[in-house]
Structures are given as C-alpha cells and as structure tokens.
Design a protein around this ligand. Structure first.
Ligand SMILES: [Zn+2]
Length: 336
C-alpha cells in the first residue's frame, strides 16, 4: 500500500482523526450505548434488547468459548475450537437493523463518509481494490455492493464501465447513492429480490463484521452469484499488530455493531465452509502511528508521539502488511 492510500499514515493519526471527525463519533457512540442500551440500575445491557449468540462459524465442534474481554458493556468471546471471536450477548437483529436504518450513530458515520479527507483516501483504496479485482478477471462486471453507503465504491466501478447495484439500509445514504445513478435497494441480501445466479461480483466492504448471522448472508451471496463469481470482503483483522498489542483499546472492538471478528485464517475457513475458495488475501492499514502512541502512553488515536518505541524496532509499515498484521483484511473468494 502506498502512503497516499492510508489517511492516518499520510497525515498522522491525530490529524486524520481531527480532519475526518472520527474522534467525535468514538465519543458519541459511547454515549449512544449508555443512553440506549444500558440498564442504569444494574449497569449492564438491558436484557430485553440483547440475545446470546453461539459461534458464528457454526461447526458442530464449536461448543465452548471463553471470554476475552468486556468493553463498553459488550462481551467479546473466543471459540475454543475454531478461534472465531464474536460478541455475545449482542443486540437483537431487529435492534441492529434499526440502528443502521436511521440513528444518530449511523447518521454520524454517514457524515464521516462524506467528509473531503475521507473521500480522498477512500478513492485511492477503492481504485486499488478495482485493480486487484481486474487482475483476477478483467470483464465488465455486474456488481452488487452490500452496504454500499453513499455509493462511493460503486462510482469507481461505474467509471470502469461496470453495471452497479447496491443494498443500503440507511435512508439518507441510500438516497445519495441513488442520486448517482446506481440501482440501490433498501434491503438485506436475504430478501427475495436477488435472482439466483445473477451477479459476477458481490462486495462487502467493512460489512460482514456487522451482520447478525454471517453464515446465512454468505449462503445467500453464493446463490446470487454466477458460477465462478467473486466475492470481495474487507473486515477488521483481529490478528493485526494493533489488536495484538492494544487489544480492547482498538477502535475495531465496537461491540454494539462489530459482532463477528475474523483473522485471515478464520475468514478463509469460514468462507471455505460456505463453498468459496480464497484467490487473493492481503492486509491493509498498518496503524503503526496509533500503536506507537499507545506504547508511548499517549491516547492511541489522538496522541502525537514523535519517538518510535523501541518495542516497535522490528516493525515498519511495509513488513506489518507483508506479515499479514495490517489492521484490515482485504480478501477475494471464488464461488466453488
Ligand atoms: Zn467456532
């Protein structure tokens, strides 16, 4: 990844957080959780809003798990057999849907996505993803972007001459995407509108970690893809250097909405179980400056540590990604 692809690396994490106003959302979401989901007497999640989940890998051997940590009232568990990390109890699916459809939380994310600095870096990320896809097969794709937000990735697809479709639950984001000429539905993938085997490519960019039943979603994607169709997945990497060192302090652990957390291995196994073969996998975003702030006892995201911690001596932006320790996984799978 070039420097220009990564906002926190090019600008420094503090400047990036300030320019995109991400730091405000981090504060807002803590308040949002407390105001909406917490029983103030018991100081725990309101029982009627949450439900227990079993390991989303769904293997018959996935019977036991242990607690990794609690953060902002949500508990992260790890499956003892397949190593998948997941939130349980989690918000009930209906609550989650409402959250994405229209809430101060989802609307504030919409504002971040429309922010100039964010748009610029996303543009580079999306163009590099399109190059990755073209290397596998260079055709005029009929693409469906699940959780397409304001349609920025679909814009890049359209510029390549592809047929662009999206699914978006958030009302204001969907309107934005529709304005740009994409066909966008207010629906989840498991609704009936998806005809069998109709897409060449389905993308889920930072979406799979949000869904309540990822197995069901991937099964429906399989049905909606043509033979040999591709799926692109970007998710946070729980085996990143940042999460290995900072653990629950990483912003990826947002138990309200990031409820299934993969590493490159668990993602590959999960997709194979659902008849997808991995054809490409890399990690992106080193988060080196964030980790360095943390190791200098500063706020990871808003600190500005100048001196590199001796603990990071062996690490640089390049080898973090090379060793699959980047903050996010970018993977492409083929339907088998
Ligand atoms: Zn499991």
């Amino acid at each position: 990844m070039k420097k220009s692809d990564e906002g926190s690396l090019t600008l420094g994490t503090k400047k990036f957080q300030q320019k995109t106003k991400r730091w405000k959302v981090t504060i807002l979401q803590k308040k949002f959780i407390y105001d909406n989901f917490v029983d103030k007497q018991k100081l725990g999640l309101k029982e009627n809003l949450v439900e227990k989940r079993s390991c989303p890998m769904g293997n018959s051997i996935c019977k036991n798990s242990f607690v990794l940590f609690k953060k902002d009232f949500f508990t992260y568990n790890k499956c003892s057999k397949c190593n998948l990390i997941y939130v349980s109890p989690a918000l009930k699916e209906k609550k989650l849907m409402k959250l994405y459809k229209n809430s101060s939380y989802s609307n504030s994310w919409g504002k971040i996505l429309a922010n100039k600095t964010e748009v610029k870096f996303n543009q580079n990320k999306f163009n590099s993803l399109i190059k990755d896809i073209k290397k596998i097969k260079n055709i005029n794709y009929k693409v469906l972007d699940i959780g397409c937000a304001n349609g920025q990735f679909l814009d890049a697809c359209k510029a390549s001459g592809w047929d662009t479709y999206g699914l978006e639950l958030n009302d204001s984001e969907r309107k934005e995407a529709l304005k740009k000429g994409h066909i966008v539905y207010n629906s989840k993938i498991h609704s009936n509108f998806v005809k069998k085997e109709s897409f060449d490519l389905i993308t889920m960019l930072e979406v799979l970690e949000h869904v309540h039943n990822p197995g069901k979603v991937i099964k429906n994607i399989w049905k909606a893809l043509k033979p040999n169709g591709l799926i692109v997945i970007i998710v946070p990497n729980v085996d990143s250097l940042a999460s290995n060192i900072m653990q629950s302090r990483c912003n990826m652990f947002l138990g309200m909405s990031h409820i299934t957390m993969f590493d490159p291995n668990t993602l590959k196994n999960f997709m194979y179980k659902h008849s997808f073969k991995q054809v490409f996998c890399t990690t992106i975003t080193s988060e080196l400056s964030v980790i360095n702030n943390y190791l200098n006892m500063q706020d990871p995201y808003l600190g500005n540590a100048k001196i590199k911690s001796p603990l990071l001596k062996k690490w640089n932006d390049k080898n973090i990604l090379k060793k699959m320790k980047g903050y996010k996984i970018k993977a492409i799978f083929k339907k088998i």
